[in-house]
Design a protein around this ligand. Structure first.
Ligand code: ATR
Length: 288
């Protein structure tokens, strides 16, 4: 890598940056695209967010990704916010467009490609079950709700109030029927068998708790379903393993990570970013 006065800087801001895979995939893509740019990490301590974000203008930083815990908090420092980011209620990509900061969100786009390209299906199933009601769930629910072929989404969460909030807000915004239910075994038994697409957006099952799963009754899964976990470490979670054993088609979180990252890089550069290269390098990292 040859950094000069012309090298364009992109990066990620987060409170904790130790485990992120974004520089690996973004710098691989940058090299493949042959552009003079670099993607770096900025650890932003609580209380320093405004300075970090508005500092993009002083420092000439052309694009930033935003992750936990700042996706909502950065919104107040944007000059404008895209409709998608507004609907999802979070910004994961900031574009410095001629000294104006635009807040966008590529999570829903990344999720949609994960289902269509990653699973090789053109149309989403009509009934969708989303498990979890945190920041990641909002992007997933939005992505499903704007598909005309999706008739109904059920959001299931440990804390019912948060599921209710997502259901109320996004059903109003998109016009799709979105309901909410508490994470109880009888609810999973009632909802999952009739859902064509089931997505885990919680952190349950993530390393080191690899034996945990949000769904305590694996027999609810069956052939003909698509089951997606946004957790990518481990690559195959217990949730996905249970679904696969019962005949469902499964996809893990690395694809969504790669597709949302590729979309951010495309927005910054105005060029097609090679999502396949990004996914490949992530997979290789885990296969080591
Ligand atoms: P993110 O932005 O990554 O989605 P988050 O906003 O903290 O993270 O949301 C985490 C999600 O995982 C929430 O739906 C959370 O449930 P609660 O809303 O009840 O907190 C869910 N979650 C985390 N740990 C969980 C556990 N042990 N059991 C069930 N759900 C869990």
């Amino acid at each position: 890598m040859n950094i000069t006065g012309k090298t364009v800087v992109y990066g990620l801001i987060a409170e904790h940056i130790e485990h992120t895979l974004s520089p690996l995939m973004q710098n691989h893509a940058i090299a493949k695209m042959g552009i003079d740019a670099v993607y770096v990490l900025f650890r932003v301590k609580p209380g320093y967010l405004e300075g970090a974000v508005r500092g993009m203008l002083s420092m000439g930083i052309r694009g930033l990704n935003v992750t936990v815990p700042y996706k909502r908090a950065v919104m107040q420092y944007m000059d404008s916010i895209t409709d998608v980011a507004e609907a999802i209620g979070a910004v994961n990509t900031i574009i410095n467009n001629n000294d104006e900061l635009i807040g966008d969100n590529t999570d829903a786009y990344g999720f949609t490609l994960c289902i269509t390209l990653g699973c090789g299906i053109d149309r989403f199933p009509g009934r969708v079950c989303v498990i979890g009601a945190g920041g990641a769930a909002r992007g997933v629910v939005y992505a499903c709700a704007i598909r005309e072929e999706v008739d109904e989404i059920v959001v299931i969460n440990r804390t019912l109030r948060k599921a209710e909030e997502i259901a109320d807000e996004l059903s109003l915004y998109t016009g799709t029927i979105i309901t909410s239910k508490p994470a109880k075994e009888e609810v999973f038994r009632e909802v999952i068998p009739s859902a064509g697409l089931v997505i885990n957006t919680t952190s349950v099952g993530m390393e080191p708790n690899i034996d945990a799963t949000p769904v305590p009754c694996p027999e609810v899964f069956h052939e003909g379903q698509v089951v997606c976990d946004i957790v990518y470490n481990p690559r195959v979670t217990r949730f996905l393993r249970d679904a696969e054993v019962h005949g469902a088609k499964t996809i893990g979180g690395l694809a969504m990570l790669a597709f949302q990252g590729a979309r951010s890089l495309s927005l910054w550069t105005g060029m097609d970013a090679p999502a396949d290269v990004m996914l490949d390098v992530l997979r290789k990292k885990f296969d080591k």
